[in-house]
Design a binder for this molecule. Structure first.
Ligand code: ATP
Length: 361
């Protein structure tokens, strides 16, 4: 059982609080992702788990034991960082087999493991080359392979796919996820890419400014973001936001955004009224939860086509409503003229309401 736990971990660099009272538990065999923008404290958190940084406060536990004083090489952890370092004078084969030679494995077993990992990472044809004869992406895969052949209990990865081209990155995501499940290695994976986090993670911890904003399964974060930050960070294209006044007018629950108003279902309206009373709120609606309609009806909004972004099977249409630009994600290949007036309608039961950064509904 290789579970990893952080309890109230804080790390400061001078005046910067890189990691601010962070607690989470990663379960045995879990693929756990630390997701957040640049500077949110992901790498520092990972380095603390690895033993490369000492926390100022709090404890790191592996297998339920506090390891604060255990040196990195005794933590049974393997790491792949953005700046991977391969042994330059050794071939790829030797780079992969070297970590196994000190483990007392037979030559046949070493050869079997090296070849299996090489095949999985599509580097079998590179085994005789030296690192200087490899592209950045190939070097990155060798670095991954070198960590994997050891079959550690815990695997820490910091943006290990960042040097790969888009196609290879998407391929490697699936490979890594599959491999992690096959080998059953408890994995903590750092990325700033929400799509990568969503596709790979069993659970994701979203970080901002050193703090954990929410921990949950990918669809929990997507469906029920705990706050404005997570709502805006998870999902692509990102959620649309606008300011509105929540009011009750003639027994109807209304969001008045100035340029347009939306009428809420009674159930939702009552919940907001109970929680907040009549007040200013931020409203969020995902691009995939806005429809384009032909006729004016309840909750339609007049909008002007601003830009069209074809994706292939889907089309993103940016529309202008007053000062706001909303993104709409539609299935199919749609053709609109820039400047064309269209009618859009948010799916009213899919809206999110935020007050002071917190999710209300
Ligand atoms: P990125 O995605 O850009 O790698 P991150 O989320 O991994 O960012 P960290 O590298 O953990 O973020 O950095 C968190 C904060 O701590 C940042 O403000 C960073 O400038 C600061 N920081 C990190 N390492 C040090 C250090 N050795 N000395 C001083 N400040 C540091």
């Amino acid at each position: 059982m290789a579970d990893v736990e952080l309890r109230n971990v804080t790390k400061r660099f001078g005046k910067t609080i890189a990691v601010d009272n962070v607690s989470f538990k990663v379960y045995d065999k879990e693929f756990f992702v630390l997701l957040g923008p640049s500077g949110s404290g992901k790498t520092t958190t990972l380095r603390i788990i690895a033993g490369l940084e000492d926390p100022d406060e709090g404890d790191v536990l592996i297998y339920g034991k506090v390891v604060n004083d255990v040196p990195p090489h005794k933590r049974d952890i393997a790491m792949v960082f953005q700046n991977y370092a391969l042994y330059p004078h050794m071939t790829v084969y030797k780079n992969l087999s070297f970590p196994l030679e000190n483990m007392g494995l037979s030559k046949t077993e070493i050869d079997r493991r090296v070849k299996a990992v090489a095949e999985m990472l599509h580097i079998s044809h590179l085994l005789d080359r030296k690192p200087s004869q490899l592209s950045g992406g190939e070097q990155q895969r060798v670095a991954l392979g070198r960590a994997l052949v050891r079959r550690p209990s815990v695997f820490l990865m910091d943006e290990p796919l960042s040097n790969l081209d888009a196609k290879l990155r998407v391929y490697m995501r699936a490979q890594l996820k599959r491999m992690q499940k096959e080998l059953g290695i408890t994995t903590i994976y750092v990325t700033h890419d929400q799509a990568e986090a969503m596709t790979m993670g069993d659970r994701i911890a979203v970080m901002n400014k050193g703090k954990i904003m929410q921990i949950g399964r990918p669809y929990d974060l997507y469906n029920k973001p705990a706050n404005l930050f997570v709502a805006g960070f998870i999902g692509s294209p990102p959620m649309n936001f606008f300011d509105a006044a929540f009011k009750v007018v003639n027994n109807e629950y209304i969001l008045d955004a100035g340029e347009f108003t939306l009428k809420l279902d009674k159930e939702i309206g009552r919940i907001i009224l109970e929680k907040l009373g009549e007040t200013d709120v931020i409203v969020g609606i995902r691009p995939e939860h806005i429809d384009i309609v032909n006729e004016k009806e309840e909750n339609t909004i007049e909008a002007e086509v601003y830009v069209i972004e074809p994706l292939g099977a889907q089309t993103v249409i940016d529309v202008k409503i007053g000062d706001y630009i909303f993104k709409i994600l539609m299935k199919g290949q749609l053709e609109y003229r820039i400047g064309e007036k269209i009618l859009i309608r948010p799916q009213i039961n899919r809206i999110h309401i935020f007050k002071n950064g917190k999710t209300i509904i």
